[in-house]
Design a protein around this ligand. Structure first.
Ligand code: SME
Length: 167
């Protein structure tokens, strides 16, 4: 496993294309989920420099804060609350260009301006979400969605099936 990340300075797509095999390398041979989530958060933060990158994991009827990089954050989010809780409830990726316009957004930090939340599926069920916050508006698009979903799919064990999205 390589322990130094090579940082790409190209377009967003080039950055993801450079990062993806490195993340695969980081996960290779490691089965501990917390270790893998921690390294994914660190790799994304190091490559893109986003304000906050981290995971919330489903525990009972709540999301609970998992490994992350960035300022301290709220620890528990109920299903359907905020962007993370809505992504969990709807089992789909949400891109929020301006968090202040998202009804019920949970402001862990007033510096967070835009956000993308990507669910992690296991056997068709959401087991957690990746939450990425930027300190500028409009930072996320379908390129982020495509690659971040691909990265989340790396976490799925054999037997994983992605829930078919409708609409
Ligand atoms: N903004 C999130 C809460 C988590 S923090 O931003 C880290 C939300 O509304 O779900």
């Amino acid at each position: 496993m390589a322990e130094d990340l090579l940082i790409n300075k190209g377009t967003k797509e080039e950055q993801y294309l450079s990062l993806l095999p490195q993340i695969k390398g980081l996960l290779e041979g490691e089965t501990d989920e917390i270790a893998n989530l921690a390294n994914i958060a660190a790799a994304l933060k190091e490559q893109f420099g986003w304000f906050w990158v981290g995971f919330y994991l489903v525990k009972g009827d709540e999301l609970v804060l998992g490994p992350f990089q960035g300022p301290v954050a709220c620890t528990r989010i109920r299903m359907g609350r905020g962007v993370c809780g809505t992504s969990w409830k709807e089992a789909k990726t949400l891109i929020v260009p301006d968090v202040e316009k998202f009804p019920g957004h949970i402001a862990c930090s007033s510096l967070s301006k835009s956000e993308i939340v990507v669910p992690i599926f296991r056997n068709g069920t959401v087991i957690g979400v990746l939450d990425v916050d930027a300190d500028q508006l409009n930072q996320f698009d379908t390129t982020d969605q495509r690659f971040l979903e691909e990265i989340m799919n790396l976490l799925a064990p054999v037997g994983f099936t992605r829930r078919v999205q409708e609409g």
